[in-house]
Ligand binder design. Structure first.
Ligand code: ADP
Ligand code: MG
Length: 438
């Protein structure tokens, strides 16, 4: 099979690494890819949101399956366009992607579909929103959310109404996120521990993945500004078998019923961002794609072949395929430590030569030089003019290790991290701290 991956970060490298292990794969392309992906796939110089360009490429190259990594192309209708052209895509169309691209729409659906979630109100005018704060949230924590896609920066958890009002001003008056801030949610603040549960679904049948937890904050102890994610681990000990059944019952089943009721054709990943407190679960948000860096910790745990699973999903025949797919997960834990450029998530320098990459370089299933249970996924990397691999982004690499138990996986990951050197390399030393405490 000829497969195209859309995207060029750590998530896409992980997808490429896993798909490259499939006996059904004949040719792998990635648009735009990165220096690590280039060892596994032919990188195509097209932007993930160049839908015309990608569609032409897929038709010309007779691509059998396109796997979409990031949310932006899904929100822009890549999957609709490809399906219209007779191409198979793993990833929801624009209507399904709205669950991520509009937080207001998503909260309305959660309420309508009976999925437990924080109380909220929607505003399109600053004055009304400010009055709501005064009436309901004086000296109380509240969460302010811009409606649209804001690269993980559109949410402010405010300890009291003054901080919330400042956020409201930034979004609604100063228009910090442009059109993404035309509507704003004011949401009750929930407390507890966050957990991600992802499932692969064709809109009818659903396969839950092991749970994962990520570390969003730049600093140790989960302090400082939020990033795209500084590390992740899976499974999260927080999700017991009982809680997993509850997540399926309270979130995923109503989600599937909701899709049916609204006639939404959904084929891809549904990602539930949950808040867990005293056995209560609330849905904070839906994402409509694999998480980054959760994917780097999740896919190494999949023992069976990913390609037929993604294909069956794209073809809408997951239920029929389930018995032959024989999905198997390793009885193991995985941890991913992200190496970032100093300064990220603020301004940072690029073009720094990366040393010590050999040991983790995963050409395929534990290829030459790769230690068993260790993989190095590239995020922001590129080749310089002399063919050296250099930094080319805020998040540069994700070192993933897996082992029987999480502490062992973490040790192994950190041992590998120490071998890698580039100027201004920053990483958190406390990935997995919550799970270790448990
Ligand atoms: N109702 C809430 N109560 C407490 N914290 C919240 C709430 N909603 C969001 N958060 C916090 O804000 C973060 C980002 O919110 P989320 O809805 O996931 O948006 P996004 O990931 O698109 O930025 C969450 O991971 C969580 O830490
Ligand atoms: Mg989130």
């Amino acid at each position: 099979m000829r497969v195209l991956i859309v995207g060029g970060g750590g998530r896409e490298h992980t997808l490429a690494w896993k798909l490259a292990q499939s006996p059904f794969l004949s040719r792998l392309y990635c648009a735009p890819g990165n220096a690590g992906i280039a060892a596994l796939a032919e990188c195509i110089d097209l932007s993930p949101v160049d839908i015309d360009g990608l569609c032409q490429f897929a038709l010309k190259e007779k691509i059998d399956l396109t796997v979409v990594g990031p949310e932006a192309p899904l929100a822009a209708g890549l999957a609709d366009r490809f399906r219209g052209a007779g191409l198979k895509v793993f990833g929801p169309g624009r209507s399904g992607a709205r669950l991520e691209s509009s937080k207001v729409w998503a909260k309305d659906r959660m309420r309508r579909w009976g999925i437990p979630t924080a109380d909220f109100a929607v505003f399109s005018e600053y004055g009304a929103a400010a009055r709501h704060l005064e009436q309901h949230y004086v000296n109380k924590p509240v969460v302010v959310k811009a409606d649209g896609l804001a690269a993980g920066k559109g949410v402010v958890v405010a300890p009291e109404s003054a901080a919330a009002e400042k956020a409201l001003r930034q979004i609604m008056i100063e228009k910090a996120f442009g059109a993404a801030g035309e509507q704003v949610l004011l949401e009750e603040c929930l407390f507890g521990e966050e957990l991600s549960v992802l499932a692969i679904t064709d809109g009818r049948e659903l396969v839950m993945l092991p749970s994962a937890q990520d570390h969003k904050a730049i600093g140790e102890g989960d302090r400082g500004p939020n990033t795209g994610g500084m590390g992740a681990y899976a499974p999260a000990p927080l999700l017991t078998a009982e809680l997993a059944r509850k997540v399926e019952r309270a979130v995923f089943r109503p989600f599937l019923a909701g899709l049916r009721a609204e006639g939404i054709d959904y084929r891809g990943v549904i990602y539930a961002g949950l808040m867990i407190s005293d056995r209560e679960i609330d849905l904070l948000e839906f994402n409509v794609r694999f998480g980054d860096p959760e994917t780097q910790a999740l896919l190494p745990l999949l023992r069976s072949d990913l390609l037929p699973l993604l294909l069956a999903t794209a073809e809408g025949r997951l239920e029929q395929a389930l018995s032959s797919l024989d999905i198997q997960w390793r009885e193991a834990s995985a941890a991913c430590v992200v190496l970032a450029s100093d300064g990220y998530p603020g301004p940072y320098k690029s073009g720094k030569v990366i040393h010590g990459l050999v040991q983790g370089d995963p050409p395929a299933a534990g290829g030459t030089g790769a230690e068993e249970g260790l993989a190095l996924f590239h995020a922001g990397t590129a080749f310089d003019r002399s063919g050296r691999i250099v930094t080319a982004g805020g998040r540069v690499l994700g070192v993933t290790a897996w082992a029987q138990e999480l502490p062992e996986a973490l040790q192994k990951a950190y041992r590998a991290v120490e071998q890698i050197k580039f100027e201004g390399c920053y990483y958190r030393r406390d990935i997995g701290h919550r799970a270790l405490k448990r």
